[in-house]
Design a protein around this ligand. Structure first.
Ligand code: GRG
Length: 300
C-alpha cells in the first residue's frame, strides 16, 4: 500500500501537540502570563517539521516512538523560541507569524523575550527529565549535547548572527560563502539535530546514523532554498507571514544570488541526493522519503 504522508503528518502532530501541553510546567509554578506567552507561540500552528523528522528518523531505524517524544518536544520548543526572538523589532521586526500576531505584538517585547528564553531552557529540562530512566543515559546525554551544539553559538545562533551582520553590510566574505554559512547554521543545524536525535535515542548503528546525517544535511539546504523561493513567489495567506521581506531587508538568498531556475534545479538535485542516502533502508524509511518530497514541493 502507498504511504499516506497526510495521515502520517496528522497523527505525529497530534502526538507532539499533546505531549507539548503535558510537559509544560504547572500553571502555579511561575507567572501565568509567561506560561501563557510560551503556550501562545507553541499553539499558534506550525508544521511541526522538526519533531516529525525526529519521529521519522527513529522509525527508520526500528525505534520505539514513545521514547523519542521528549526529544521531539524539545526541538519544537527550541524552534519556537528562535521564531519568537527572530520576530522581535531588534531582529526581523515581524508582525505576523504562523498566521497570528507575533509574540511581542501580543505580550510586549520583554515578555516575548522571556517566553523565548523560557522555551529554550524548558526544552533541555524536559528532555532530561522525561528521558532519563527510560532511555540509556549515554544516548540521552549525546542527544542533549548535539541539540545544544546545533542550537547554540556554533549552530543556529551563529547563523542568525551572520544573517544580521550580512544584512547590515558587516561581513566581508564572498556572498556565496556567507549564504552557505547562514543556511547551514541558521536552519540546517537544527534540522540535522532533529534527525540525529531521533536516530541516536532509538539506537541507530554508526552506518545508519551516517546515512541519516547526510540525508538531513541535504534536506536542510533544500528546505532553505524552498523557503527563499517562497519569499519570492509564495502567497502571504498560505505562508502565514509577510512575503517579499528578504529582498526588502537586503538578505542574501539562493534565488537572489543564483536566480529562480537555478534554485529550482538545485532543489531537485538535493532531493535526489537525499533520497539516495535512504536507499540503504526499507519501507520503514518511507516517512523520511515522503517528507523530503513534500518539503521541496510545498507551497507554504
Ligand atoms: C533568534 C537565535 C535565533 C535564531 C533564529 C530559525 C531562525 C533563527 C529564524 C527564522 C527565520 C526564518 C524565516 C528562517 C527561514 C527558514 C525557517 C526556519 C522557517 C521557519 O520554519 P518552519 O517553516 O516554521 O518549519 P513553522 O512555523 O512551520 O514551524
Amino acid at each position: 500500500m502507498a504511504f499516506d504522508l497526510g495521515e502520517y503528518l496528522t497523527s505525529r502532530s497530534l502526538v507532539v501537540n499533546e505531549a507539548l501541553q503535558r510537559f509544560m510546567p504547572a500553571s502555579d509554578s511561575f507567572p501565568p502570563v509567561l506560561r501563557e506567552a510560551m503556550l501562545y507561540s507553541i499553539n499558534a500552528g506550525g508544521k511541526r517539521l522538526r519533531p516529525i523528522l525526529t519521529f521519522a528518523a527513529a522509525e527508520a531505524v526500528g525505534g520505539n516512538l514513545d521514547l523519542v517524544i521528549p526529544a521531539a518536544c524539545a526541538l519544537e520548543c527550541i524552534h519556537t523560541y528562535s521564531l519568537i526572538h527572530d520576530d522581535l523589532p531588534v531582529m526581523d521586526n515581524d508582525d505576523l507569524r504562523r498566521g497570528k500576531p507575533t509574540s511581542h505584538k501580543v505580550y510586549g517585547e520583554a515578555m516575548a523575550m522571556l517566553a523565548g528564553d523560557g522555551l529554550l531552557t524548558h526544552a533541555f529540562a524536559l528532555l532530561a527529565q522525561q528521558s532519563l530512566g527510560r532511555v540509556p543515559a549515554e544516548r540521552v546525554l549525546q542527544a542533549i549535547g548535539e541539540i545544544a551544539l546545533a542550537a547554540g553559538p556554533q549552530g543556529m545562533v551563529a547563523g542568525q548572527a551572520a544573517d544580521i551582520l550580512s544584512e547590515r553590510g558587516k561581513l566581508n566574505s564572498k556572498p556565496e560563502a556567507v549564504l552557505h554559512f547562514i543556511h547551514a547554521h541558521k536552519t540546517g543545524a537544527l534540522l540535522s539535530a532533529s534527525v540525529r536525535a531521533g536516530a541516536i535515542i532509538a539506537g541507530a548503528s554508526i552506518d545508519q546514523l551516517k546515512a541519516l546525517t547526510k540525508y538531513a544535511t541535504l534536506l536542510g539546504l533544500a528546505f532553505q532554498i524552498t523557503d527563499d523561493l517562497l519569499d519570492v513567489c509564495g502567497e502571504e495567506t498560505k505562508a502565514g507571514k509577510r512575503v517579499g521581506k528578504d529582498a526588502e531587508l537586503g538578505k542574501l538568498t539562493y534565488p537572489g544570488l543564483y536566480g529562480i531556475d537555478e534554485s529550482l534545479r538545485k532543489n531537485q538535485e538535493l532531493l535526489q541526493a537525499a533520497l539516495l542516502q535512504l536507499s540503504w533502508f526499507g519501507r520503514e524509511a518511507d516517512p523520511l522519503r515522503a517528507i523530503a518530497e513534500y518539503l521541496v514541493k510545498r507551497d507554504h
